[in-house]
Design a protein around this ligand. Structure first.
Ligand code: PAF
Length: 285
């Protein structure tokens, strides 16, 4: 497995395979890899001739300096996981390599899509994601790029980005991988204690119950209210939001027939760790 930190060298390496007609898959990550990322790499290896994984903790998408400082790093373990999965190349740039002119401050405005849910609690986050993903897609020019469904709003943002900027890369969404408790795998879980992990898994259980009530015909507003009440009673968990949304526009939904793609989206703090999750109620094939 090749390791690159230079954009020029990575491009040079990829040009050779592109000229051969090979298909290139990209798995963008911020490292501290787990089986959720593993699944993305599996999909890329299965469908592409060459798989590139990028590991870059992108400072411009962190609105909270503590979150950036505490973001887990385990680069040697990450390389091992990627090599075992059959990844061909890892792109590990420095901040200077990605942002040589710090003052540039490029921003992307995603309008209403970035005002709600995560956008409301993390101002500027999606602009940072949009810029870094544009750069990664531009550097690697992959045929396919793989993103986890766990970050559902991020997925909607990236789909909007490639459409609006006419980027040719196909975006593939890969379903969330969960621990046996139901807790969605996330790099931030490394910062949860054993007890906190148990509390965090309640969020998924609450979404399952909410989905069940709604499918049984309970009015959405009432079902959401009851779920929030239960979660607010949990010691150690501080709910930020719990909403039922159109999974493409992220607009809140009360009438399930309004969209073919409806999902519950939620975020909460467990101790000092912020976790997000979602669960589809309805999804197009
Ligand atoms: O989902 C992530 O890990 C990041 O937001 C991404 C897409 C790699 C951009 O930094």
């Amino acid at each position: 497995m090749k390791i690159f930190s230079s954009i020029t060298q990575l491009r040079h390496y990829l040009d050779f395979y592109r000229r051969k007609g090979d298909t290139i898959g990209l798995v963008p990550t911020m490292g501290a890899l787990h089986e959720g990322h593993g699944r993305l790499v599996n999909e890329a290896v299965k469908s592409c001739n060459l798989t590139v994984c990028s590991i870059f903790v992108n400072p411009t998408q962190f609105n909270n300096p503590d979150d950036l400082a505490n973001y887990p790093k385990q680069i040697e373990a990450d390389k091992k996981l990627l090599a075992a999965k059959g990844c061909d190349a890892v792109f590990l740039p420095t901040v200077d390599e990605m942002y040589p002119d710090e003052k540039l401050g490029l921003a992307i405005n995603f309008g209403q899509l970035e005002q709600v849910l995560e956008g409301e609690f993390r101002p500027g986050h999606f602009s940072g994601v949009g810029v870094v993903v544009s750069k990664l897609l531009n550097i690697v020019q992959p045929d396919i790029a793989y993103f986890g469904q766990k970050d559902l709003q991020q997925l909607a943002i990236i789909n909007r980005l490639v459409k609006d900027l006419s980027i040719q890369t196909k975006i593939v969404a890969v379903s969330t991988v969960r621990e046996s408790s139901g807790l969605a795998m996330s790099s931030r879980n490394l910062r949860l204690s054993k007890e906190e992990k148990v509390i965090a898994s309640e969020l998924y259980q609450a979404m399952l119950e909410l989905k069940k009530s709604i499918l049984m015909g309970v009015a959405t507003a009432r079902a959401i209210f009851e779920t929030k009440e239960k979660l607010n009673e949990l010691e150690g968990l501080r709910l930020e939001y719990l909403e039922i949304v159109n999974a493409h526009t992220m607009d809140a939904i009360t009438d399930l027939s309004a969209s073919e793609n409806v999902s519950i989206c939620t975020a909460a703090y467990v101790g000092k760790v912020r976790i997000i999750d979602n669960l589809y109620i309805k999804q197009e094939d």
